[in-house]
Ligand binder design. Structure first.
Ligand code: SF4
Length: 361
């Protein structure tokens, strides 16, 4: 998601360009006012001039009219069901069935013109539920819970379906990975029970920065991807937007959802290690990480190395002080190479086996 002011067209196009360079596939922008809506065609024009083709998503809070107006300019609109129609008053009151229904009718009435424009401009919609901004209606009935998050999304989803709009994706974000994991799982169960099957956008919102932000994102998003859930993801860091993309790609690679580069297995090293494992692993990564789909193991010793790297395509294993053995699959193909030549010999082995491609640059 862009951090630039949407009305600053040049800054947005520059930021989109940086995101495009690191292969960000979907660009989201905040659209807090009509001036931002009016900037979108100019941003698109700037992208076209730079040869950038990426779908744009408009992020809307509090203002149904902006969501309606923005449909013609973007591929997807994201609304927050907690604040699209409702204003938080933090009122503590019991809703009778009738009062609850009345509120839902109000939501439906407000959604109708949006549905019309979404259909007209063939625009998708994300119902982006946030743990921290549930409506008073939902809070009073379900509390600040994953169940409340699910109901918040389903209220909107049922209305969209009733009016024949199907291009919907859902998200259940929280800054707490445990809450978001539970909410997405509950949502899938709830949709299953109503025979509704919609794609999911995964994210841990406000995950923070640095190591904590990356680990939280990996735990939340990665767990769900391992469950087989999720269709798009966003890593949300308190850093430059382009920093989010390599983390997202690593999560996708680690969960085998997408393969972006070579896969590396390397042991942590111990007293048996026969060479400078950290530097050598880095050296091998720099030379080979562009080999998409190739799995390379770097192991400190012969004792455990070959067993632990059984599914690697190529292995670089300490054979004795200053000596390296190379493996192709499970077979040792070169023994006791002097360590100073071994990285080059590994590259030569990858080339001989037809797995080498030259790096792009
Ligand atoms: S592979 Fe060998 S060097 Fe590496 S951690 Fe295991 S025992 Fe130690």
């Amino acid at each position: 998601m862009l951090t630039s002011d949407t009305t600053d067209v040049e800054a947005c196009v520059d930021e989109i360009s940086r995101l495009d360079d690191v292969d960000c596939e979907i660009i989201r922008l905040t659209v807090p006012n009509q001036k931002s809506v009016d900037s979108l065609p100019l941003i698109r024009e700037g992208m076209q001039k730079r040869g950038i083709e990426r779908p744009l998503v408009a992020d809307i809070h509090f203002n149904p009219q902006l969501a309606i107006n923005v449909c013609e300019h973007v591929e997807k609109v994201r609304i927050n069901p907690g604040n699209y129609v409702d204003r938080k008053k933090f009122e503590i009151r019991e809703y009778s069935h009738g009062q609850y229904q009345e509120e839902l009718e109000r939501v439906e009435e407000k959604l109708l013109p949006l549905i019309e424009n979404l259909k007209k401009y063939r625009c998708a919609l994300r119902i982006g539920t946030n743990h921290g901004s549930l409506s008073d209606r939902v809070m009073n009935r379900f509390g600040d819970t994953p169940e409340g998050m699910v109901e918040s999304a389903l209220e909107y989803l049922r209305i969209l379906r009733k009016h024949g709009f199907e291009q919907t994706v859902l998200s259940m974000k929280s800054s707490n990975p445990l809450v978001m994991i539970q909410a997405y799982r509950l949502l899938v169960d709830a949709m299953d029970s109503e025979e509704m099957y919609y794609p999911l956008h995964l994210g841990v919102t406000e995950a923070g920065n640095d190591l904590d932000g990356r680990v939280k994102s990996a735990v939340g998003i990665g767990t769900l991807l391992c469950d087989g859930l999720g269709d798009t993801i966003r890593v949300s860091l308190t850093e430059a937007a382009e920093n989010e993309i390599p983390v997202a790609q690593s999560i996708l690679q680690a969960t085998r959802s997408r393969i972006y580069h070579a896969d590396f297995i390397s042991c942590p090293s111990c007293g048996r290690t026969f060479f400078d494992l950290e530097n050598t692993t880095e050296q091998i990564k720099v030379r080979t990480s562009h080999l998409k789909g190739v799995k390379i193991a770097v192991m400190g010793c012969i004792v455990n190395g070959p067993g632990e790297m059984a599914d690697a395509d190529f292995g670089y294993v300490g054979a004795g002080p200053g000596k390296i053995s190379l493996y192709h699959g499970q077979f040792c193909v070169e023994r006791n190479i002097p360590a100073e030549n071994a990285v080059e010999r590994l590259i030569a082995l990858i080339q001989q086996q037809g797995k080498w491609v030259d790096p792009a640059n």
